[in-house]
Design a protein. Structure first.
Lengths: 229, 399
């Protein structure tokens, strides 16, 4: 059996200070290719902390994080950055597109500094925009796009590097119902033989549409519908 | 290499996403470098002009004037009549000319013009045959006073350039002018004398004519001489000259004057001005640098989401720092080039306006532009480091 895409073992994350805050305690989580995982829990439950760790934006206080078979728990920033660029795509609630770049430019940003030919980079970005149905809007700037379109550009940006894992943080949180539905449908198409999607949400109806729910409370995983028995 | 090109493009795009702000922070380096280039270029051009003039005139002309001791009532103080011979006995003196100023005479182009020319202060001077040689000045036309004039006291006159212009004397014209109603034939016109400007509004007659027509038989009022160009005049030379000229007799001379000193002094005044403008240019550049640092620090905060997302998609801290450093550098390059062009323009226009020899060293332009780049890069360091240190986890507001 191949290694999980992302693997957390006994992960703790404590924020320093005179009185340490245990943001995450004793979390073990395996994420396999093809899964669509929803992380749910009230605010303060440790969702953001977990997302930061899954996205290699942070290091655990103790425990192990593996991407494929590579242990990155203690990795320095430069290595985590490299690993992030290679394996992880992000989608944010607030889209976080770069305002002065076109849709195409925003998607291309994820492919910079990778020794790609300009033409190849552009083609890959166009393909990714095509995949989210926005190839017609490639030259538009974020202000010229609707919220739903902006979020789809952000998904194209996450997809263009062909990552193993896509981390979506409240991806429909800033969208109206119709656009939210469009984005959810798009996200549901993404898990495949090499890729998983992890979505953070507090919306239980959205979480129901994922094929696995991980519930957090006070820093602990209280329920994991996909956990091996 | 490819990554570097990409980084430069990212920086340029980031910079020109806000063209107005970029234009404003460009002003600092433009004004700074422009002022520095203009200050150096203009003073060099002015100095080049003074140097060219000094080369042409020679800095070894010295004039001495009789001091008040030997004066008769109604006359200017006089040097001894043997002044010329005595001075020529000094080995460092190469040539000598003596001149006597004859005050209180009226010079007119013709009798009917009395009213029109009454107030024009044209001086009458008696001079020897060597004056143009010692001054190194040519005649515009005609000839200088010679031994024929000197022998018989002929009424011949040579006009200074401005006097000739005032009397509308045409080149080669057979003309007479009136000195106290005595008719003098114009033998020639002297070119302008930059070292002794008062000669331009003078007319020159022979000593013999001065004696015959105006009863002047004293010594000269002034001696002009060229010294060995390698010799330096010292303070005690005045005493030495005084002794040689008076030979122990009564009277004396005022301190010798080197007319070109005034020109050199005018160039020295410009040095001070240049230092002030340089200082102001440096200040503008410094303030410009602070402006870049300030605006870019704010920009880093405003663009924290952009920085976060770039870090999230795998851009390293070094690339982020490089991106912002390059933005500052582009400001420096553009500001430096535009500033150097502005300064060069000021120098070209200024030198043309003042009729100066244009002196514009390419190294000055390159140096000015490099200075702007250096200031911009140093100013960009702090914002760049700040950008690199931002934690994506904090700027992206997860959850």
């Amino acid at each position: 059996m191949t290694a999980p895409l992302l693997q957390l073992e006994d992960v703790h994350r404590t924020y320093g200070g005179a009185v340490p805050v245990h943001a995450l305690a004793d979390v073990s989580l395996h994420i396999e290719a093809g899964e669509f995982v929803a992380l749910v829990g009230p605010s303060g439950s440790g969702k953001s902390t977990l997302l930061g760790l899954l996205g290699l934006l942070d290091r655990p206080t103790s425990g192990t994080i593996r991407v494929g078979d590579r242990d990155v728990s203690r990795a320095r920033d430069a290595r985590r950055t490299r690993e992030r660029g290679r394996s992880i795509g992000f989608v944010f609630q607030q889209f976080h597109l770069i305002p002065h770049l076109s849709a195409l430019g925003n998607v291309e940003t994820a492919l910079l500094y990778r020794r790609l030919r300009r033409r190849d980079r552009r083609q890959r970005a166009l393909d990714a925009l095509d995949q989210v149905g926005l190839s017609e809007r490639a030259t538009h700037r974020p202000v010229e796009l609707s919220g739903g379109e902006q979020q789809r550009v952000a998904i194209a940006r996450a997809l263009v590097t062909d990552p193993r894992i896509i981390l979506a943080d409240e991806p429909t949180g800033a969208l109206d119902t119709a656009n939210a539905e469009l984005v959810m449908e798009l996200l549901q198409t993404l898990p495949d033989a090499n890729r998983a999607v992890v979505m953070v949400t507090h919306d239980l109806s959205l979480a129901e549409r994922a094929d696995r729910q991980v519930r957090l409370r006070d820093g602990y995983v209280v329920e994991d519908t996909g956990a091996e028995p | 290499m490819r990554s570097t090109v990409e980084l430069v493009l990212v920086a340029v795009r980031g910079l020109f996403a806000r063209p107005m702000r970029t234009a404003l922070i460009l002003l600092g380096p433009i004004i700074g470098v422009g002022a520095i280039v203009a200050a150096v270029g203009l003073t060099e051009s002015a100095k080049g002009d003074v140097n060219a003039t000094l080369d042409e005139l020679g800095t070894n002309l010295v004039t001495v004037q009789a001091s008040a001791g030997l004066s008769q009532p109604g006359q200017l103080p006089r040097l001894p009549e043997e002044t010329k011979e005595r001075m020529l006995s000094i080995s460092l003196v190469e040539s000598v000319s003596v001149v006597t100023e004859l005050p209180g005479h009226r010079v007119l182009p013709h009798a009917a013009a009395a009213e029109a020319f009454e107030v024009l202060p044209i001086s009458v001077r008696a001079a020897d045959g060597e004056l143009p040689t010692v001054l190194e000045v040519e005649l515009t036309w005609g000839r200088w006073l010679d031994s024929w004039d000197e022998l018989d006291g002929h009424r011949t006159v040579v006009l200074g350039a401005e006097a000739a212009a005032a009397f509308a004397v045409l080149p080669g014209e057979a003309r007479t002018i009136l000195i106290d109603d005595r008719r003098y034939g114009v033998a020639g016109v002297l070119d302008p004398v930059p070292l002794v400007p008062s000669y331009d509004l003078s007319v020159f007659i022979s000593f013999a004519a001065a004696a015959t027509d105006f009863d002047d038989d004293g010594g000269p009022t002034q001696a002009l001489f060229r010294v060995d160009p390698t010799a330096q005049l010292r303070d005690d030379d005045a005493v030495f000259l005084n002794t040689v000229i008076t030979a122990g007799g009564p009277g004396g001379i005022d301190a010798p004057v080197v007319p070109t000193d005034a020109l050199e002094a005018s160039a020295a005044v410009d040095e001070t001005l240049r230092a002030v403008v340089l200082l102001m240019g440096g200040l503008a550049l410094l303030v410009g640098g602070l402006g870049i640092a300030n605006v870019m620090s704010i920009s880093v905060l405003q663009r924290s989401a952009e920085i976060g997302i770039r870090r999230a998609v795998g851009h390293s801290r070094i690339r982020l720092a490089g991106q912002f450093l390059l933005e500052a550098m582009v400001v420096g390059v553009l500001g430096g080039l535009l500033g150097a062009a502005l300064g060069a323009g000021i120098v070209v226009v200024g030198a043309d306006y003042r009729d100066w020899t244009l002196v514009l060293e390419p190294s000055l332009l390159v140096g000015g532009a490099l200075l702007a780049i250096a200031v911009a890069v140093v100013s960009g360091l702090v914002p760049a480091v700040r950008a690199a240190r931002l934690e994506p986890l904090e700027t992206l507001r997860l959850g």
